[in-house]
Design a protein around this ligand. Structure first.
Ligand SMILES: Cc1cc2nc3c(=O)[nH]c(=O)nc-3n(C[C@H](O)[C@H](O)[C@H](O)COP(=O)(O)O)c2cc1C
Length: 191
């Protein structure tokens, strides 16, 4: 039996009734066998200030430990003004510093979004993907899970009800877990 795979789920929204938190709860139910999704709340991370990066708060230290302990990351982000919410960008920056101590480096990552608009937050996803290059995050490319018209796809309790979105999330998780399993295999010498 392969070692269990732990995925760390991060919502790019602090809102209590966030659709993106709902999407992550749905993802917990859709994890492939042998994988589990743990949720991490970025509320309480300080605003990044380079003057203090050598003296991280307990929350920053914990966040970086949780990232490092995970086999993979799943982000579900809101879209603010056609872009990435500041709270999520801040969380990404905080865990990337100080220079040489980037907690994200080498992690497989998958991305999804939920938003009020028809585009489902896809513009925020593309901004995020740009950061992944410098952070050395190994992103799953397909499927692109962007849940548009969110109020029609979640119930009053904020739980995802849309079956098409659930199928796409299940596929995204399968692709993420496949990437983790591939990375665990020893490299074969070229013939
Ligand atoms: C500052 C702000 C900017 C927003 N900009 C967008 C946007 O560009 N595109 C969009 O589809 N929805 C936009 N919305 C609406 C969000 O999709 C909506 O608030 C959604 O519920 C946020 O995700 P959450 O439920 O996970 O918090 C914006 C909301 C706020 C508060």
């Amino acid at each position: 039996m392969a070692d269990p795979i732990t995925i760390l789920g991060i919502a790019g929204s602090l809102r209590k009734d966030s659709y993106n938190k709902g999407a992550l709860r749905a993802a917990q139910q859709l994890c492939p066998q042998g994988a589990k999704l743990e949720l991490y709340d970025i509320a309480g991370l300080p605003l990044f200030n380079q003057d203090y990066e050598q003296k991280p708060t307990a929350k920053v230290t914990e966040f970086k430990q949780r990232i490092r302990a995970a086999d993979a990351i799943l982000i579900s982000t809101a879209e603010y003004n056609y872009g990435l919410p500041g709270v999520l960008k801040n969380a990404i920056d905080v865990a990337s510093r100080p220079y040489g101590d980037n907690a994200w480096s080498g992690k497989p990552i998958a991305l999804m979004s939920a938003a009020m608009g028809v585009a489902g937050g896809i513009r925020a996803q593309y901004q995020l993907r740009q950061c992944f290059v410098f952070l050395n995050l190994d992103a799953v490319v397909q499927p692109e899970v962007a849940i548009g018209n969110a109020p029609q796809r979640f119930d009053a309790a904020g739980n995802l009800t849309d079956e098409t979105s659930k199928k796409m999330i299940a596929q995204l998780l399968q692709n993420l877990v496949y990437k983790v399993r591939l990375m665990r295999q020893p490299m074969k010498a070229a013939a």
